[in-house]
Design a protein around this ligand. Structure first.
Ligand code: A3P
Length: 293
């Protein structure tokens, strides 16, 4: 389904946003969190769906075939700030979840997170992905998703990305301010897409120790198999083929799932300019990303 015109970006308290993520603002800000809520926070295209499915299987993998074959991931893990009435109102979808803990997706920068989550001490899992692959993935996502602003040419998109002029604002501010939050909020687990690619089992172990879960060895193996890229790409519950605004012929949602695909997109000049700018914006030596593994 083609949606025209595509949404426009505008400045929202210093962050580029589209209305579909701000129109329900008061309800989102006043959202009532619970202590056992689990929030999955990411900049778009950092591996949100992957970690969502891992968490869903850890908590609800035992729930039988119906859930596994008929409930898409975006219904299992509602997108808090999404507002496409009357069907897709993220905050209401969370409230209607029949299962606990509630798994809640958000792309909000840390300063926009409803305060109730901090007050309740809800656990938050943040996934970050290296800026270059993140930008490439976001570019293709903007091409295929009619609910996103036009992707435009890759060179323009990359410039926009560097200037924070894409939905949810600056990647640099997002990853940095969430990293800083980790220093003062202990219920925040900060993960990297590249680590998940390198050793998914180890990342699941770390996640489980953060969450106080202890799946059996068989259960863990089953999860690792189910969340492998090819298996999620084939799975209609995780590949977003049920979502009409995405044209998977333009670019599949489960596109490549690799570290280093940026090398197929960046020219030498773009890479030099990007690195130069990156150094200025990424000053914290403790927050390190891997651009290849
Ligand atoms: P690519 O476009 O680079 O392929 P999000 O879920 O945050 O929108 O992120 C989507 C990105 O994560 C896409 O990246 C997608 O292919 C990748 N991804 C999703 N599931 C994955 C998996 N199981 N293994 C590796 N990458 C995965």
């Amino acid at each position: 389904m083609e949606v025209t015109p595509r949404p426009k970006l505008f400045d929202f308290h210093g962050v580029s946003m589209t209305r579909m993520f701000t129109d329900n603002w008061d309800n989102v800000q006043n959202f009532k969190a619970r202590p056992d809520d689990i929030v999955i926070a990411t900049y778009p295209k950092a591996g949100t769906t992957w970690i969502s499915y891992i968490l869903d299987l850890l908590y609800f993998g035992h729930m039988g075939p119906d859930r596994q074959t008929s409930l898409p991931i975006h219904e299992r893990v509602p997108f808090l700030e999404l507002y496409v009435p009357p069907m897709l109102i993220g905050a209401e979808m969370v409230e209607k979840l029949p299962t606990t803990p509630r798994l809640i997706k958000t792309h909000l920068p840390v300063q926009f997170i409803p305060k109730s989550f901090w007050e309740q001490g809800s656990r938050i899992i943040y996934v970050a992905r290296n800026a270059k692959d993140n930008a490439v993935s976001f570019y293709h996502f903007n091409r295929m998703n009619y609910a996103q602003p036009e992707a435009g040419e890759w060179s323009t998109f990359l410039q926009d990305f560097m200037e924070g002029k894409r939905v949810f604002g600056s990647w640099y501010d997002h990853v940095n301010s969430w990293w800083e939050k980790k220093q003062s909020y202990s219920n925040l687990h900060y993960m990297f897409y590249e680590d998940l690619i390198e050793d998914c089992g180890q990342e699941i172990d770390r996640l489980c120790s953060f969450l106080g879960l202890s799946p059996s060895a068989e259960e863990k193996e089953r999860i690792i198999t189910s969340v492998a890229f090819d298996s999620m790409k084939q799975n209609k519950m995780t590949n977003y083929t049920t979502v009409p605004v995405m044209n998977q012929e333009v670019s599949p949602f489960m596109r490549k799932g690799k570290v280093g695909d940026w090398k197929n997109h960046f020219t030498v000049a773009q890479n030099e300019q990007f690195d130069e700018d990156y150094k200025k914006k990424m000053k914290n030596p403790d927050l390190k990303f891997r651009f290849e593994i």
